[in-house]
Design a protein. Structure first.
Length: 316
């Protein structure tokens, strides 16, 4: 066990304890956590910084407002419902349309049809805190449903892929795209069975795939190769991720973005505790990249400059 840990450390792999003690505890003050743990506040901060985010249709803040759902979505065929303080994709409903036979029934991304009463019950659970990080009462967000870019058509099952960028002190250190699968119920969540694919920081082209911590070449549902995809607007995605440092004040940060087919890259959310599976997908260690960022760090560099530096430093 110790020998294996030593070899991983020598290979530049960042471990969980090191991540928690050396980076999260040191660089992410607890008082700043609400900036990423509360999706309403994250959206407000991103908008104030001029960053593009999915449109917010409405917020349900308490049980008395649950019935306002009908009016909020009256003019929308598709939308997403999510807890403001949820994590890991829990509690998220992706509505892709209304039932052809009943206007007050809705179709989930999985194809399942749910009634309005079922959605109201789900909203009641959200504001009751069933999905919140703390277990305390929460808010439910109803927002624009992203339509994924056609580049992902062959490597996504029902849901919308997202791009995770780990940012260290404002420098994008590593990135991957998370591809929904049947097992993940169309969600871009690795812990629920989505595929992660590493991204060459220099080109924005996908490399290795990972599924349940195992290296894979193909998407399990479509059979399409996960390597070789060129991520659109890569420069913009890296610069936007780098700007997350100024927006949140967090020195160790995960920035999640989606690419809408009409609106381009959008900030989905940010995370103060990004996981470490990204290293498997990239077949590279975060510790080495973080050490390099420390060596070249410039506190006067703009987000665009920092993103450009990392494209050169970490290209394959």
């Amino acid at each position: 066990m110790l020998d294996a840990a030593r070899k991983l450390h020598q290979a530049g792999v960042l471990g969980l304890n090191e991540r928690n003690s050396d980076f999260i505890m040191r660089l992410n003050p607890r008082r700043l956590y609400p900036r990423v743990d509360d999706k309403v506040l994250t959206k407000e901060l991103a908008l104030a910084a001029g960053m593009a985010v999915p449109d917010l249709y409405g917020i349900i803040r308490n049980q008395g407002e649950v019935r306002s759902f009908t009016a909020i979505v009256e003019n929308h065929e598709s939308f997403v419902i999510k807890p403001a303080q949820g994590s890991g994709g829990d509690g998220i409903f992706v509505i892709t349309g209304r039932s052809e036979r009943k206007r007050d029934s809705f179709r989930l991304s999985s194809g399942v049809v749910v009634s309005e009463d079922e959605i109201l019950y789900h909203l009641s659970n959200i504001v009751g805190g069933q999905y919140s990080l703390s277990g305390n009462p929460d808010k439910a967000l109803i927002e624009y449903c992203v339509q994924f870019d056609p580049v992902f058509t062959e490597v996504s099952y029902q849901g919308v892929p997202d791009i995770r960028v780990v940012v260290y002190r404002g420098y994008p250190a590593m990135a991957m795209v998370r591809l929904p699968t049947r097992a993940s119920d169309g969600k871009a969540n690795l812990h629920q069975g989505a595929v992660g694919a590493g991204i060459d920081m220099g080109t924005g082209i996908t490399t290795t795939g990972v599924l349940d911590n195992e290296i894979v070449d193909e998407h399990p549902d479509t059979g399409a190769l996960v390597a070789g995809l060129e991520i659109p607007q890569w420069d913009f995605i890296l610069a936007s991720s780098a700007r997350g440092f100024e927006v949140t004040g967090l020195g160790y940060l995960g920035v999640d973005m989606v690419i809408d087919r009409d609106r381009g890259p959008l900030i989905l959310e940010m995370n103060a505790r990004p996981g470490l599976s990204i290293q498997i997908a990239n077949r590279a260690g975060l510790a080495d990249r973080i050490a390099r960022i420390e060596a070249i760090y410039d506190d006067a560099a703009t987000p665009e400059k920092r993103a450009g530096v990392c494209r050169q430093e970490f290209k394959l």
